[in-house]
Design a protein around this ligand. Sequence first.
Ligand SMILES: [Cu+2]
Length: 308
Amino acid sequence: MSAPTTLTGFAAALALAFGGAWALGSFVGPDAPAAAHGDAHASEATGEDAASSDALPAGLATSREGHTLDLTDDVLDAGTRQLAFAVRNATGAPVTAFDVEHDKRLHLIVVRRDHTGFQHVHPVMDEEGTWRTEVDLAPGSWRVFADFTPTGGPALTLGTDLAVPGPTTTPPASAPTRTAKVDDGFEVSVTGDLRGGEHSTLRLQISRDGSPVTDLEPYLGAYGHLVALREGDLGYLHVHPDGTPGDGHTPAGPAVDFTAEVPTVGRYHLYLDFKHGGVVRTAHLVLDATPPSTTTTPSPAVPGGHGH
Ligand SMILES: [Cu+2]
């Protein structure tokens, strides 16, 4: 598998990050390269041959590169609650300086582990470095992802667990879902396929009451934001579309294209945030990544084999 060779601008960097960060995003050991922080915003994740499809994606570690995601309460009652947390440095002190990425200093994803709840919110930090936001919680086991770049440090996505006590029902088994209904008559469908260890293009199309939506509004500098979570471990990807609003060739819908690369076969939950009429909505789609295309599948007898 080869790394992308053409990187022009933001979307391309993030498209790379979608793939490269997976491969580089293993738990960082003492011998790991400095760039191996495995975040979708890690635009410097170039040059490495993303050879190991078994590498760990972002979001699986609570601590990495001297930074720790620390929830004030890791048990919260169900309902609309204030979630508070800090990002702590290696001495335990709250970090208060963050770079702005995609209009925000920190992006927070809160997802129930069975994929029945998902929120992408932007907390506010006080002077002491405590971040707060409201979230809607149903009983169950949740995962909290903080996606940020401490000033002078690496882009990071840290994850930690949040418990919400109460009776839960068994969720239906997940199934591949290429079309998802969203509130207020919106519907999102996806074409294209994910292949483990390879780049592919996904096209997400947005309609409302059966008509294509052509007046999407920019949200955080793009017509769509896509978070992908691997089923089973909730390995995390945050990706952005090919093209940006106002670049002269990116339409405001109905299609939003993404370049995707997932590290392995398996099931991936895709959460698309898009904005229309001043409201941000989220669509939940599910795709199964297939093995790499046969022409490039390395033979076990020929490591890194070149099939073309
Ligand atoms: Cu965000």
